[in-house]
Write a protein that binds this ligand. Structure first.
Ligand code: BTN
Length: 315
């Protein structure tokens, strides 16, 4: 009921009478008033004028959870959203609750105090960015879990390019998303499984949205910087979660092949001469292809070598 009233107030930029609202949704005017009171308690700023009715002045970002769930057009992703102003790490939070939550639950935070990156690194997570972790429970073998990183980077790159076709966002292997060569997002995938069965996968995605560029490394950029305007985090999340939902559904229905094809179409790495710093070794060669689990196939002295993780730089 609250959402129906909100919908009406959002649609009308001016005052709407209590009578109109009560007729529209078939409740008494007293009930409308009760719901308005509830919305105000939730942080909505709603003005009321005698003889004119109610007008929505401002929706608090805190209500993003409630609003997002209502705005989303998805089948699996975001049916439950947990939104925080601050957490240590959304991946930590998601892992704490993953066994009890249904697949598709999403943990989102505006700040992380101990954001984690790949290979044990810290992930700077100031306000302005958005930090999102997806809880997934696909019925696949644990060996295929890295495929979810491909699904995730593809969903993000397609979101960014749908927001603005001129952004020309690209994926840098294994899973960074770049705009004009600068990093706008990183992905950290974590798995809980036994030998045969996945308990859950948590995919964490950090995106620099309106992040102050001074709080980011030289090699990073933000959506605000690239688009030269402040971006609505709520609208970004709506688009991202909906793209994620459809790419994930495609993966569940049709497997990894079509995802890989689109991943390759958006790759910034394939076809280039690269240097890869692995955990113990460094490789230099031509980035020829990726395999079905996302391992990079490098051509070194006419021999193909598979690299499973590492940091890529151009030669
Ligand atoms: C990387 O590029 O090293 C991966 C960075 C992943 C950061 C995200 S932010 C949301 C989620 N929570 C974390 O602590 N890390 C991931």
């Amino acid at each position: 009921m609250k959402s129906k009233i909100l919908e009406i107030l959002e649609k009308n930029r001016n005052y709407v009478s209590g009578e109109e609202i009560s007729k529209d949704i078939g409740i008494s005017r007293a009930a409308v008033w009760k719901h308005i009171k509830k919305l105000r308690e939730l942080g909505y700023e709603i003005d009321s004028k005698t003889n004119e009715g109610y007008k929505l002045i401002k929706s608090p970002e805190k209500q993003i959870e409630f609003e997002l769930e209502r705005m989303l057009d998805t089948n699996i992703i975001g049916k439950k959203i947990l939104f925080f102003e601050e957490v240590d790490s959304t991946n930590n939070k998601a892992k704490q609750i993953a066994l009890d939550e249904k697949e598709g639950a999403v943990v989102i935070s505006e700040i992380q105090t101990s954001g984690r990156g790949r290979r044990g690194r810290e992930w700077q997570s100031p306000k302005g960015g958005i930090y999102v972790s997806f809880i997934l429970k696909p019925n696949i073998s644990p060996q295929r879990a890295p495929q979810l990183t491909l699904v995730s980077s593809l969903a993000l790159v397609e979101t960014l390019n749908a927001i603005d076709g001129n952004l020309n966002a690209k994926i840098k292997w294994p899973n960074d998303v770049l705009i004009k060569g600068k990093k706008i997002s990183g992905i950290l995938t974590e798995l809980s499984a036994d030998m045969e069965k996945i308990n859950y996968i948590v995919v964490g995605v950090g995106v620099n949205i309106n992040t102050d560029i001074n709080s980011l490394p030289e090699t990073a950029t933000s959506l605000k910087l690239e688009m030269r305007e402040e971006i609505s985090v709520k609208l970004f999340l709506k688009s991202f979660l909906e793209h994620y939902d459809s790419v994930y559904q495609e993966y569940l229905d049709g497997g990894i092949n079509q995802i890989i094809q689109r991943w390759k179409d958006n790759s910034d790495t394939l076809g280039k001469n690269v240097k890869i710093m692995g955990i113990n070794e460094t490789y230099e060669g031509l980035a020829k292809d990726i395999d079905e689990n996302g391992a990079l196939i490098l051509l070194i002295d006419n021999k193909e070598i598979k690299v499973y993780s590492g940091d890529v730089s151009l030669r």
